[in-house]
Design a protein around this ligand. Sequence first.
Ligand code: ATP
Ligand code: MG
Length: 450
Amino acid sequence: MNTPPLSAEQEALFRLIEDTREHVFVTGRAGTGKSTLLQYLAWHTSKQIAVCAPTGVAALNVEGQTIHSLFRLPIGLIADGQIDQSDATRKILNAIDTLVIDEISMVNADLMDGIDRSLRQARGRRGEPFGGVQVVMFGDPYQLAPVPPRGDEMRYVNDHYRSFWFFDAHVWAGDAPGSDGVLDLGRHGADLHIRELVNIHRQADDGFKAMLNAVRYGRVTAEIAGVLNGAGARTPPEDADEPIITLATRNDIVNRINARHLAALKGKEQKAVAEINGDFGRGDANYPAEAELKLKVGAQVMFLRNDQQSYGEPPRYVNGTIGTVTRISGGTVRVDVDGEEFEVEPAVWERYRYAYDPGSKSLSRDIVAEFTQFPLRLAWAVTIHKSQGKTYERAIIDLGSGAFAPGQTYVALSRLTALEGLYLTRPLRPSDIRVDPDVQRFMKGAVRGN
Ligand SMILES: Nc1ncnc2c1ncn2[C@@H]1O[C@H](COP(=O)(O)OP(=O)(O)OP(=O)(O)O)[C@@H](O)[C@H]1O
Ligand SMILES: [Mg+2]
């Protein structure tokens, strides 16, 4: 995988992770290169690491496994239920030096404690946080949060946790009951080293960076709102060779926008059906691309993968690049990106699972399922949730009836590389700027500038 050369602060964090056994939470504002550092670490570490993430799509992004499948945890709250481990799972968990978790902001406290308990149990080191495994987490709590619990689960969480955020898990406070279920008050919690990447790589303009910061912390003044709304209040150009993506709050809005644009195109609609081998989990949410991709010539599409065939040249497109379909024939689709046409072929996504090799006493990564589809999706619009982690030069931000999740407006705006690329379907309202008070409490004092 291609990553840019690390900056000095990224390099320092790589060394901290590589040279010590400390638990590290790598955080930082949008675009500070957290995911870039994770990818670098995955390729350059000499430790036995397992890379995982809370959702299937996030795991595929970092070529890792979902947390639930790595640990064989049950779906839903784990609470103090028994954790069943097969011999194979125990061996895998025993071979790990370092557990790397991406998108940690979407991991909840119950799951964090489930990971702790699983590792203690598998490794037979019940008195030691994470059974002695180093845990390295990447993410930004000011961006989108774990899916909130409901009903009985919510009542359980309210009774047992200060908040549902991973940082309020018992393992950090030292009040995690051992796997015998007994609370040992003499035990210390795991030490969490919080490190912030400070330099933003995605945006260059200091004024825009300061405005994004204000949105992040919920400190948007009338003046800042005026500048953002002034810049965004314009009609996006209609001509097709300047495709612009819409970032919207909800799936139904996104689907409606994409369907409307596709229907408006003349020409024949063609359908590509994905080939799925092995277990990819059921439901579209687990798929890395569309199960049924409907396209027409003229459709605005987004690449879901980096160019695999640039042979040492800079990649022709990356995950997130937007283009226009110019031809559909046989087994290929031609896509125009900035005036250049590429032949796109179906791509294969591989779902991995770690296995233990007793011979070499090391972990190997096996492919357990494959999903084959064109690495494209309709991209007149995507949800803000799906846009998390991405970079765009231009975007139309459609907050519709209002942002409903803390961090949602921050994620949307911070995808842009410059203010010149911003289009708003309506002006920002104060109620669109939401900051989670638990995040403020945790981040205050944890990192500077909060
Ligand atoms: N050291 C670096 N030098 C140059 N560019 C970099 C560097 N690190 C990251 N970038 C670029 O900056 C952009 C943002 O990086 P990345 O996606 O890793 O940030 P992030 O912190 O994960 O952001 P987000 O919180 O939005 O997910 C990417 O285009 C990436 O290639
Ligand atoms: Mg990222």
